[in-house]
Design a protein around this ligand. Structure first.
Ligand SMILES: *[C@@H]1O[C@H](CO)[C@@H](O)[C@H](O)[C@H]1NC(C)=O
Ligand SMILES: *[C@@H]1O[C@H](CO)[C@@H](O)[C@H](O)[C@H]1NC(C)=O
Ligand SMILES: *[C@@H]1O[C@H](CO)[C@@H](O)[C@H](O)[C@H]1NC(C)=O
Length: 298
């Protein structure tokens, strides 16, 4: 092991230990978003998701007839959870929707079981069960695409497709548990302040994808999966859009997304392809744009 590698491994281990310590202490709560964020996202008003984005991206939220992964795998078996967070500005660009003032912080996309989808069609989403969580859900798990979003459509989609699989684990075996555990994980992982502390903030200057990889590996001690929108016509570089961190099935502790013996490319092929992540793919090595949120007038 070279000294640099050893140092990095040591640092990673320390961070992981620290993270576990923090998790063990239930009273520990990060202060991770200023109050002003709390009011920014409002999910109310009529449901317009069917028309807002055409047949793109999240417009398929709520369509129950998606291909069932069980038809491919035979069974609903899975080994790890994936905590998926996305960058709202990029999500909006992905679906070419002029979202109105998308949040300027990473928000939750979902908590997914790998290799399984839509595991229990007889377990309908029930908003009543997560009533207590709604203020936090609106802030940290908004449906960023739709100008007048009915957030619960997005949450219903995530529950139907991913929550019903995650619910095989005791810690996640109710809607209340699934959504609140996900909110807790979001707060514990605290991606927004972690990136800021490492000096990685949205900028018109490009980053290198290694900046993200190294920073995340350093703070979390595991290798994340980072997804980008490939450059469109007239664009020079890819745009960062989504960060996935893998967790153990039973205790939702951070782990690497691939097994040591598993080549990364193989792991990626079988990951669930979510409808909202249509244009996103694993980032290429090289420069990457981390777009500052555009302010739109309304
Ligand atoms: C929002 O969506 C939920 C679940 O699909 C539905 O029950 C509710 O009536 C919708 N609310 C509005 C205001 O459209
Ligand atoms: C599906 O969900 C329903 C409602 O919670 C439950 O009664 C049933 O046992 C579940 N089925 C499976 C296979 O988990
Ligand atoms: C994750 O993978 C990296 C690189 O392969 C390795 O150095 C590290 O020890 C792994 N961490 C865990 C927790 O398995």
């Amino acid at each position: 092991m070279s000294p640099a590698v050893a140092r990095r491994a040591l640092l990673g281990g320390l961070c992981l230990a620290l993270y576990c310590l923090c998790q063990a202490d239930k009273s520990w709560r990060p202060v991770f978003l200023p109050d002003e964020f709390q009011k920014k996202v409002q999910c109310s008003g009529p449901c317009d998701f069917m028309t807002a984005a055409g047949d793109h991206g999240l417009s398929s939220v709520g369509r129950p007839q998606e291909k069932d992964a069980s038809q491919l795998s035979g069974k609903h078996e899975w080994k790890k959870l994936i905590m998926v967070q996305h960058w709202p500005e990029t999500v909006c660009e992905d679906v070419q929707n002029n979202c109105r003032d998308p949040p300027d912080y990473w928000t939750i996309h979902g908590l997914w079981a790998d290799k399984s989808e839509t595991c229990n069609r007889s377990w309908p989403f029930n908003l009543e069960e997560i009533k207590d969580l709604l203020p936090e859900m609106r802030t940290y798990w908004p449906d960023v695409i739709h100008s007048s979003p009915n957030c619960s459509h997005f949450w219903k989609h995530e529950w139907d497709k991913h929550g019903t699989c995650a619910a095989q684990v005791d810690a996640l075996n109710s809607q209340k548990k699934y959504f609140s555990r996900c909110l807790d994980l979001y707060k514990e992982l605290d991606l927004n302040s972690k990136l800021l502390k490492l000096g990685i903030k949205p900028s018109i200057n490009y980053y290198h994808i290694e900046d993200f990889r190294d920073a995340l590996a350093r703070v979390y001690g595991v290798i994340p999966k980072i997804q980008c929108l490939p450059p469109r016509q007239g664009e020079e570089v890819q745009t960062i859009g989504q960060i996935e961190l893998c967790l153990t099935k039973d205790h939702q502790q951070l782990r690497n997304c691939t097994e040591p013996e598993e080549p990364p490319a193989l792991g990626q092929e079988v990951w669930p392809v979510d409808v909202a992540a249509e244009g996103l793919r694993v980032c290429e090595d090289g420069p990457v744009f981390y777009p500052p949120p555009k302010r739109t007038k309304h």
